[in-house]
Design a protein around this ligand. Structure first.
Ligand SMILES: Cc1cc2nc3c(=O)[nH]c(=O)nc-3n(C[C@H](O)[C@H](O)[C@H](O)COP(=O)(O)OP(=O)(O)OC[C@H]3O[C@@H](n4cnc5c(N)ncnc54)[C@H](O)[C@@H]3O)c2cc1C
Length: 276
């Protein structure tokens, strides 16, 4: 098996999955798939793959036991377009290979992220990095959108003026806001991609990057459906318990009171709640 061709992934090649108002994720290329994972795990030729059931069992075993290296043999190459504030969070995932559009070389397009009205939220009081679910009056929502649009327009007008005056692009751009869209080619192996999705599709991550993580999840599932199913079962929708939490679980199973309290209890209860 010199090259894995995965029909579901082929269907996604060069198709943009739209994200937010101007963004997208596009599968440029991929290497490997479920077959490559079992082939590398068995260190064998194509014959290493057996029945789908046996392959699924092996992949699930590898995922359950964190035998991660076979997953690193599957690679996704993506073209992504996202607001700069999303890129700032995204780039913290260091195991990628990427190349971003240069604002020193190119004139940046006038494309800015404006949230939809229903995304305008108050600051959460219990999660310092999150949004509150309290209802925001429609006038305030509209005010936020209007202010964002107005300031984006003004920043871009100044940028264009400086560009027209012949000022260096690398300087003209420095007041452009974080809502400006950027683009990159981004390549990652499936093991690290799963880690990215686990962290960024989580409801603790900012809503905007979650939309990208979900789109990337769709592509990862197309490339390696058995691996994605195991990832979903054991990692994405699974939970990790500390020794204290396991002790609490044992106490509860024996009909005793929960020894956890305060914030630890709240986090424990969140883990036990059904996935959203
Ligand atoms: C909800 C949320 C909130 C966050 N808030 C903040 C914040 O307020 N401020 C902030 O600065 N960051 C924040 N982060 C970023 C976070 O701390 C991580 O930097 C980011 O999620 C990348 O995780 P990672 O290092 O595991 O991933 P990757 O960089 O993709 O690395 C994957 C794994 O490879 C290994 N690895 C990679 N590079 C190295 C290395 N050089 N040395 C050793 N091991 C390595 C580690 O095991 C790592 O887990 C936040 C992330 C999330 C999900």
């Amino acid at each position: 098996m010199a090259r894995c061709i995965v029909p579901e992934a082929e269907a996604y090649l060069d198709q943009e999955i739209k994200v937010l108002d101007h963004g997208f994720v596009r599968l440029v290329d991929y290497m490997g798939g479920d077959n490559r994972i079992v082939q590398t795990a068995r260190v064998s030729y194509g014959e290493g793959t057996k029945t789908v059931r046996e392959d699924a069992g092996l992949i699930d075993y590898l995922m359950r036991h964190q035998h991660t290296s076979p997953f690193e043999h599957v690679i996704l190459e993506l073209h992504c377009k996202m607001p700069i504030f999303v890129a700032r969070q995204w780039i913290r995932h260091r195991t990628a290979r990427l190349n971003e559009i240069s604002g020193r070389y190119s004139v940046m397009e006038s494309e800015f992220y404006v949230p939809k009205l229903d995304q305008v939220s108050y600051q959460s009081t219990d999660n310092k990095q999150g949004r509150s679910s309290d209802e925001v009056p429609v006038e305030l929502r509209q005010k936020v959108i209007d202010l964002l649009r107005q300031e984006q327009g003004s920043a871009y007008a100044s940028y264009q003026e400086l560009i027209n005056d012949g000022v260096a692009r690398e300087l003209a751009r420095i007041n452009l806001p974080l809502s400006l869209y950027t683009q990159w080619y981004w390549q990652m192996d499936l093991h690290n991609l799963f880690h990215f999705i686990k962290l960024r599709a989580d409801n603790h991550a900012q809503w905007e990057i979650r939309q990208y993580a979900e789109a990337i999840g769709t592509l990862a599932e197309a490339v390696a459906p058995l691996a994605y199913a195991s990832f979903k079962r054991h990692v994405l929708e699974g939970k990790r318990f500390s020794a204290d939490e396991l002790a609490a679980l044992r106490e509860l199973m024996n009909g005793k009171p929960n020894p956890l309290s305060g914030r630890r209890l709240k986090e424990f209860e969140e883990k036990l709640a059904p996935n959203e």
